[in-house]
Design a protein around this ligand. Structure first.
Ligand code: GAR
Length: 201
């Protein structure tokens, strides 16, 4: 049987510099069946918005209040035919209506080995500072499905990083970020392909 595969559209939700978003956008730029169709941010001055503009990807701005409004966000996601959401440094809790509508189709990356160093308040440099304070020998990255709690959904992928030589949290951050860049887009691709294969069974 010939299986005609249409495009899977990803929305990236990001709040900050957007280095992971950039890697994802670049990875899928010439992909035959997956594209980044929307970038949504809660921060008008987020670097990720410039990256999206450069790549001519539509952008949307929300805030904590509008993100809660199912009647505003769902039509937006439908308008761009969004199938998956990838969080890339998105600092707002995902509302329950989204985790229900996109069950196992929202993916997050966390800069530590969950369940350690996760939860409310554990993001960005706070994570690396806590890891450094605890004199951990290793840190790493976790890519997981998103549920209605911070950093709590099923783990899809983890990679450990030796940080014994790191002399401060900034050095840990830089090693972890490089590992995120090397893995996040590939893991998203794998999840999307596996999802599509299951759907077509
Ligand atoms: C990344 O390290 C990501 O893992 C982290 O924010 C950073 C965003 O960097 N996310 C969290 O801490 C979520 N709890 P970026 O904007 O350069 O991609």
């Amino acid at each position: 049987m010939i299986y005609l595969c249409s495009m899977t559209n990803i929305a990236i939700f990001a709040s900050g510099a957007g280095s992971n978003a950039r890697k994802i956008i670049e990875y899928f730029a010439n992909h035959t069946s997956i594209r980044v169709a929307l970038v949504l941010s809660n921060n008008r001055s987020a670097g990720v918005l410039d990256i999206a503009k450069t790549h001519q990807i539509p952008i949307a701005i929300c805030n904590k209040v509008t993100l809660q409004k199912e009647e505003e966000i769902m039509p937006l996601l439908h308008q761009f035919h969004i199938d998956f959401i990838a969080l890339a440094g998105f600092m707002v809790l995902i509302p329950a209506y989204l985790t229900v509508a996109f069950q196992n189709r929202i993916i997050n990356i966390h800069p530590a080995l969950l369940p350690k160093y996760g939860g409310k308040g554990m993001y960005g440099m706070h994570v690396h500072e806590a890891v450094f304070q605890q004199q951990e020998k290793e840190s790493g990255i976790s890519i997981h499905f998103v549920n209605a709690k911070y950093d709590d959904g099923d783990i899809i992928f983890q990679e450990k990083i030796n940080i014994e030589s790191c002399e401060n949290a900034t050095e840990i951050a830089s090693k972890v970020l490089a590992c995120e860049h090397a893995n996040y887009a590939k893991v998203i691709e794998k999840v999307v392909i596996e999802f599509r294969e299951k759907e077509s069974e």
